[in-house]
Design a protein around this ligand. Structure first.
Ligand code: ITT
Ligand code: MG
Length: 536
């Protein structure tokens, strides 16, 4: 910090009653002439440096008055005064002011201009990486066209004059915050179109690039006052959509997001949000605008228990930290993907959960029992895939809308039996429940009684059926080759594991669980499924 002047935040936190002299360097943000009760004129001047802002009342009898009458917003001053408080509010007495020379201004710029707390280059790169994820290519091109059309100013502009993100790169930061929120929250609302939601999040405030003058003191431009950022943004987005030949329906819906994002007509929205995407974007905007106002209030709030009144929030904010010894604890944020497994076979759930954990897949995997149990269903399709989808669809009906549902249909295919038991593996011996595995194994050994070694080849087959929150359906198949032994060996696994011998000379019931989960039919199908999940 430069030692011959103090930051506004320091001056504002001087103890009440100290009446200490100060010298500040700050940029004049706005200036208004007012009339006192006694008829004399005074000036109300808003000043800011990169630590905060202060409002000064300058009366005609002070030297500073003369300096200010010739000033305009954006000028930088050295301000001499005495810290004072009136009714608990910072209300300094100003003695004199000197305008900074251009040279002084340039050398102090970093101290005077507030910049977004996050690194601008990193924010810009992240914003573009989110834009690349927009599924619809025409919407994606429209967003890129609009950003390119307004140019560099988007990445430097403030997001506001006073209310929130009112600093250099504030618009970039606010737009990125909405894009991040959209990506995180979209899985919760599968009925919100992701392309429109992300495009709306990125572009909702783009009109501010024209609404605000981009000098040292942000003011509204002439067209900004005449049309406002909502209409200006609508025009930029409409032009981009037409240039990129976005279809009429998507164009109208994207325009609607821009026109309605202010939330309420009395806050400047041109229309009330009337699509799922518009309601979504306007709520994200509401959240980030208010949290931005809290951030600024806390940053410049001084030493008091509460900050000054925050106009956007219509209150003051409690400054003391919560009395919580765990306050610094990091909350691990998961990918947010929740997967329920549509099966009544606890072994399958155990294996699938173990594999997700072993491979470090960041998904919350749950069994059907967590959401009311696996509904009864008739596995009457004639393929593994068909049966897997019957189970997935049955659970999907009762699963939360934002969850994925995964079903496994599997079985053992024995060549000497023309592919049997195959899709009938679970009910091969006609026994349900506890004794089923034992009865199935006995029946299979009996059926192969007269089949010699060399003709007992078999494979486990697993088809996983996945139903995504957005309704997308995918299936993945895995197989493992081996043969059927003459008796049972091993205690691990379930079903036909004790009979199924791998070329290596062990049954899958002899393998430790972790080894089975590397090579099994289920593991192979699951690896394919995970590749797909990573693209989601
Ligand atoms: O239908 P759900 O509720 O998922 O449970 P299920 O046990 O009935 O499952 P399937 O209809 O898919 O039938 C698969 C049968 O194939 C056998 N099987 C599948 N995977 C196996 C594995 O990894 N090891 C041994 N046997 C397996 C086992 O007998 C299973 O009961
Ligand atoms: Mg079954």
């Amino acid at each position: 910090m430069n030692s011959d002047f103090q930051k506004i935040s320091e001056i504002k936190s001087l103890p009440e009653g100290s009446r200490a002299q100060f010298c500040a360097c700050a940029i004049l943000k706005s200036l208004q002439k007012r009339l006192a009760k006694n008829g004399s004129e005074f000036l109300v001047a808003d000043f800011a440096d990169n630590s905060g802002s202060m409002t000064l009342m300058v009366f005609a009898d002070s030297l500073a008055y003369i300096s200010l009458t010739r000033a305009s917003a954006g000028d930088a001053f050295k301000i001499f005064g005495v810290a004072d408080f009136y009714n608990g509010r910072f209300s300094p007495k100003i003695d004199s002011m000197e305008k900074l020379s251009e040279e002084e201004l340039q050398s102090l710029l970093g101290e005077l201009v507030e910049v977004a707390p996050e690194n601008a280059d990193a924010m810009r790169a992240e914003l573009f990486s989110i834009i690349e994820k927009i599924p619809n290519p025409d919407v994606r091109e429209t967003v890129k066209y609009a950003l390119n059309d307004v140019g560099e100013v988007f990445f430097r502009s403030t997001a506001a004059i006073k209310m929130h993100h009112a600093y250099v790169c504030g618009l970039l930061e606010h737009s990125l915050h909405l894009a991040r929120l959209a990506v995180k929250l979209l899985p919760m609302y599968p009925f919100v179109n992701p392309s429109l939601a992300i495009a709306g999040a990125v572009l909702h405030d783009i009109g501010k690039t024209i609404e605000y003058s981009q000098g040292l003191a942000t003011e509204k431009t002439k067209i900004g006052i005449l049309q406002g950022h909502v209409v200006l943004g609508f025009r930029i987005v409409r032009k981009a959509a037409l240039k990129c030949k976005l279809n009429e329906d998507l164009t109208g819906r994207l325009e609607h997001i821009i026109l309605s994002h202010q939330g309420e007509l009395q806050w400047g929205a041109a229309a009330v949000a009337a699509t799922p995407e518009a309601v979504f974007v306007s709520m994200l905007d509401y959240l980030d605008a208010r949290m931005g106002a809290v951030y600024s209030a806390l940053k410049t709030g001084g030493d008091g228990e509460f900050t000054d009144l925050v106009p956007a929030l219509q209150t003051r904010i409690l400054q003391s930290k919560p009395d919580d010894e765990f306050a610094g604890a990091k909350v691990e944020v998961s990918s947010g993907k929740k997967i329920f497994i549509a099966t009544s076979n606890a072994h399958k759930v155990k294996e699938i959960k173990a594999m997700f954990e072993e491979w470090g897949v960041d998904c919350d995997v749950g069994g059907a029992d967590e959401i009311g149990g696996m509904p009864e269903c008739d596995e009457n399709a004639d393929t593994f895939e068909g049966n897997a989808f019957i189970k997935a669809d049955a659970l999907k009906k009762i699963a939360p809308a934002d969850a994925y549902v995964l079903a496994d249909d599997s079985g053992i295919v024995v060549d000497a039996l023309g592919g049997n038991p195959g899709i009938h593996s679970a009910r091969y011996a006609g026994v349900k429940g506890e004794g089923a595995d034992k009865a199935n194994n006995e029946k299979l050994l009996k059926a192969l009684e007269n089949i010699p070694d060399g003709e007992r080849s078999a494979r486990f087959v697993c088809v996983l059926a996945l139903v995504c929150p957005n309704g997308e359906r995918k299936s993945f198949e895995g197989r493992v080759e081996g043969f059927i032994n003459h008796g049972a060996k091993g205690k691990n696994g379930f079903g036909y594991d004790p009979l199924f011998e791998l070329p290596e000379g062990m049954t899958t019931a002899e393998l430790p669980e972790a080894c089975k989960n590397e090579i099994s039919h289920r593991a192979r199908a699951l690896k394919e499924l995970i590749k797909f999940l990573k693209t989601q």
